[in-house]
Structures are given as structure tokens and as C-alpha cells.
Design a protein around this ligand. Structure first.
Ligand code: CIZ
Ligand code: SF4
Length: 329
């Protein structure tokens, strides 16, 4: 039997749900019971009832499952940490708050919102301050809800997402530490970014538009605001999928997001907005062999601690509150 057949066989035998994010390698993605972007996965996995969840994605996604469903045993064939999520921890969060306070803005006038691409500890810190989590699919609604509090929003960790949503809502944004005026801003952004989505630039848009004057440009809001400003469509992973799948077959489109996702989306007339292959290195770490080893370890009752997600009780309590505030919206 080959690895793929072995995995399918083990999956049938065990009380397990195999989950894969859209950015996973094709061979892993194809075998999953549940696929989706981060919001879809968070919701769908909550509704499964197997004892084990084998999650092919990045660390914060597995943590979110464990926080929302602590009774499940969540295993990740590779606990790869999203590079953006790694740009912020509680220490950096406090440091940024201090800079904001030094600009004359008090903590009671700040509502933190964290992109789901952050650690459980950062989510917990945000939860403790009355804040909430968002994804790129629901950021509009969450930010609008946040603004109703009359407070300034401290958006972590993705600068681009904060700036792009501020622009589209006609709000002012500033970035901590880059010299912009924090007092004038409605949304104060932490200076984090996704290195995959930073690869797309305005020159590439100009190149494609010159080559194919009728081409449409669709990008993810983790791209730089200059790139989003020049695009025809800006949307989250699931919004990009719907947009591109509904285009007429002869309509050319060039897409600024992760390669594996774009590559399996549409057979013809679909280009990637980069001369390199913008794969997420951490998402790409999970191979069929890792998935097989994890399933086998469940069968043999020999699960490695390094594969299993644990979140301490206090962190889980506050992170759950921040996540639940998102699900309520
Ligand atoms: O991690 C990411 O870049 C994205 C877009 C995740 C997701 O599915 O929202
Ligand atoms: Fe993180 Fe970027 Fe990879 Fe998404 S694509 S998991 S934000 S590094």
C-alpha cells in the first residue's frame, strides 16, 4: 500500500477528523475530511464530534480548536508557527501599549482586536482588555462592532490588514513606531506582516496589466495597501475563491495570495502575481509522511507530546472569550 492508501485506511479505523487549510500541499489537502480558510475551519471543526482532530495547518489554528473544544485531542503533524503570528508576543503587546499610552492615549480608550493569526497568549491578553479576534473574512463586521465602543482600535499583528480595512471604512490608521500620529488614528496598527503576501508588488500589477489589458487583479488584504489600492478585488481566502470561481471562463485573472491555493482554483486564465512561487513555508512543512506518522501514533497509542496542542487553563479561558466575541458577530 502507498502512503495515501495507508492514511485513508487509518483514518477509517480511527475516531479522527483530518483537517487541512487551503494553503496545504495538494497531496495533503486532497485527503482531508474538512478543508477551508481559517474562519471556516474554526467553525467546521467545532461541529465535529471525533475524539481526535489531526490539523494540517499552522500552530495558531490548532490552538484555536483546542481553546474552543478542550475535550478534543488536537494533534498537528507539524507544529509550524505562522511567521506573522510569531512577530508578536505578550511582551511586544505591552511595549506597544506603552508607546500608545506615552502618546497620551489611555488603556481605557483602547479596544484591541487581534487577527486570528496570533498565539493563544496574545488572544488571551486581548480578551482581558475587552477585545476580540477577527479573520480577514469578518474583519469589517468586527471592526465596525469595535468602533461602536467609541474607543480607538489597537489592531494586531498585521499592519496591512489594519490599514486596508481602515481605508475601506474611510477611517484613519497609524502604525506604532513608524512616526505616524497615533492620536489622529481610529485604528492603531501593530507593525507585523505576512512575508508571503509582502511578495506581491505594484510593479507586478503594472506588468500584467500591460501584457493583458483586460486582466482582473484579485488580492488578499494581507498585501500592502499600495497593492490593494491597485487591485480590482480585495478579499479573504474564501472570498477570493468565490470571486475567481464565478468569473467567465475566458476572463483572465491574476491573483496575489498563496500559491497552493491559487494553483488548484481554476484551470485556465489564472496567473499568480509574482515571478517567484509564493508558498507559505510553514504551511508547506506538513507532508503525507507526517500525517501518516501522526495517525499511526494514535493507533499505536504512542502520541508524541510534540505533536499535541495544549493550552494552559488561564490562557484558554481568556482566549476563548476573545474568540467567542468574534463568533457572536
Ligand atoms: O494565514 C493566512 O494568510 C490566511 C489568509 C489564513 C486564512 O485562511 O484566513
Ligand atoms: Fe502566516 Fe502568512 Fe503563512 Fe498565512 S501565509 S500562515 S499569515 S506566514
Amino acid at each position: 500500500m502507498n502512503l495515501k492508501e495507508e492514511i485513508l485506511k487509518l483514518k477509517n479505523e480511527l475516531d479522527v477528523t483530518l483537517v487541512a487549510h487551503f494553503y496545504q500541499r495538494d497531496e495533503v489537502f486532497e485527503l482531508a475530511d474538512i478543508t477551508g480558510d481559517s474562519l471556516e475551519l474554526a467553525k467546521k471543526v467545532m461541529n465535529t464530534n471525533t475524539k481526535f482532530v489531526v490539523f494540517c495547518g499552522v500552530g495558531f489554528m490548532g490552538e484555536s480548536v483546542k481553546i474552543m473544544s478542550p475535550q478534543k485531542r488536537v494533534l498537528m503533524p507539524r507544529i509550524a508557527c505562522c511567521a506573522m503570528a510569531r512577530m508578536i508576543d505578550e511582551g511586544y503587546f505591552e511595549q506597544n501599549l506603552k508607546i500608545i499610552n506615552e502618546a497620551g492615549i489611555k488603556n481605557e480608550d483602547i479596544l484591541p482586536i487581534t487577527y486570528i493569526n496570533s498565539s493563544a497568549r496574545v488572544k488571551a491578553r486581548v480578551g482581558m482588555m475587552g477585545g476580540m479576534v477577527c479573520t480577514s473574512s469578518n474583519a469589517y463586521k468586527i471592526i465596525e462592532k469595535g468602533l461602536k465602543s467609541g474607543k480607538k482600535i489597537f489592531f494586531v499583528p498585521d499592519r496591512c490588514l489594519g490599514q486596508n480595512f481602515a481605508k475601506s471604512l474611510n477611517l484613519k490608521s497609524a502604525v506604532v513606531g513608524d512616526g505616524t500620529n497615533l492620536n489622529e488614528a481610529d485604528i492603531i496598527c501593530y507593525n507585523g506582516f505576512c512575508s508571503v503576501h509582502q511578495q506581491f508588488n505594484v510593479d507586478d500589477i503594472d506588468f500584467y496589466r500591460e501584457k493583458y489589458p483586460d486582466i482582473l487583479v484579485a488580492v488578499h488584504p494581507e498585501c500592502d495597501p499600495k497593492v490593494c489600492d491597485k487591485a480590482d478585488f480585495v478579499g479573504s481566502t474564501s472570498q477570493l475563491i468565490t470571486y475567481i470561481k464565478n468569473l467567465p471562463v475566458d476572463q483572465k485573472v491574476v491573483v496575489g495570495t498563496e500559491f497552493n491555493m491559487v494553483n488548484r482554483l481554476r484551470e485556465k486564465n489564472t496567473y499568480i502575481l509574482s515571478s517567484t512561487k509564493p508558498e507559505c513555508p510553514t504551511m508547506n512543512e506538513t507532508t503525507l509522511e507526517h500525517v501518516y506518522n501522526t495517525l499511526k501514533s494514535i493507533k499505536d497509542d504512542n502520541i508524541s507530546k510534540e505533536c499535541e496542542i495544549f493550552v494552559d487553563e488561564d490562557t484558554a479561558k481568556w482566549a476563548k472569550i476573545a474568540l467567542e466575541r468574534m463568533f457572536e458577530v
